[in-house]
Design a protein around this ligand. Sequence first.
Ligand SMILES: O=C(O)C(=O)C[C@]1(C(=O)O)C=C[C@@H](O)C=C1
Length: 376
Amino acid sequence: MDLLEDYRSEIDNIDKEMTLLFESRMNLSKKISDYKKKNKMKIYQRDREELVIAKNISYLKNKEYESLLRSYYINLMNLSRLIQSKEIDSNYDSEKIIKHKKENLKVGYQGVIGSFSEEAMHKHFSSIKNIKNYERFEDLFIALQDEDIDYAIVPIENSSTGGINRVYDLLNIYDFYIVGEECIKINQHLIGVKGATINDIREVYSHTQGFEQSRESLKRYENIKLIPYLNTAISAKLVSDLNDKTKAAIASERAAKIYNLDIIDSNINDIKDNYTKFVIIGRSFEARSDCDKTSLILSTGHKSGELYRLLKYFADYNINLTKIESRPNKHTPWQYLFYIDFEGSIEDEKIKRAIDNIANESKYFKFLGSYKKCNI
Ligand SMILES: O=C(O)C(=O)C[C@]1(C(=O)O)C=C[C@@H](O)C=C1
């Protein structure tokens, strides 16, 4: 007991020093925000943040703490950016600022008009005006990093075909946060140019997800070639541009309307309750008061019982784990990153404690965010 008290008293002294240093660091951060405002600089300075992290990791004597120190600085600089944006905004009427921000929000999605991502974006950001679309998922992450957009919306999982691997990988590569979630019902239709019938069709274009979700239904069409394409809506656009009765696409009803095409066979998705979940990605951590879901990534040592030991914290703290997805750790063959979703917000005390334990004991740990889950 004496020993514990000794340790705690040492921690109290360290905390006191750290708090004073924290205060000094935040005061400097405020001064920098004045400078940035005068010189019209962006708050987020990626290169500087990377340098701060690398420099401080190089000071570490015990390299075992490297990923923890990285998380520490990422969070610290997030707070620093938060204080800078508050400082810059405080000179204005806050309601006006919020309205201005909402109206000027720039959101990006992958694909073209008529895609399911575009539909999910409109559902989530109801009156959004500044919209940008990109060809590849990574283009969205780069645009977010370069501050060309404020948020990106990306599909992460389909209820019948599972996770979108590329999106999972990008969430680990880039240091962004999940700040929201949206779900939409997906109905796939076979669509072609006006007047085309099923007997005319020789080639069908769609995203591989469109084919996968309609695998059984597609068996009833004979002599039809399936051609994987960039996106369901881009496939619809192609069919419309080619204006050829032998070509069709698998896409949404909305895409058929937008590209002036006819539905030849409706609702061809094999599972009728077919949903896709999207996540909204932002540069900064946002814990809104209605957050009820949290996501993180971890990896464990290659020893028996390691994953069990970490997952046990969810049971110990009575936290409902809702999903585990594993992806290969590309740098070490046959080792995996586990993407974990669970109920509750990082603001809940029991979640904070579970996460602290897990972060300490994982080989690699990354917090992805707390956000409001979608209803389906
Ligand atoms: O160096 C700056 O530009 C800062 O504003 C300071 C700071 C930090 O807290 O270290 C904060 C935000 C920037 O993205 C980079 C670094």
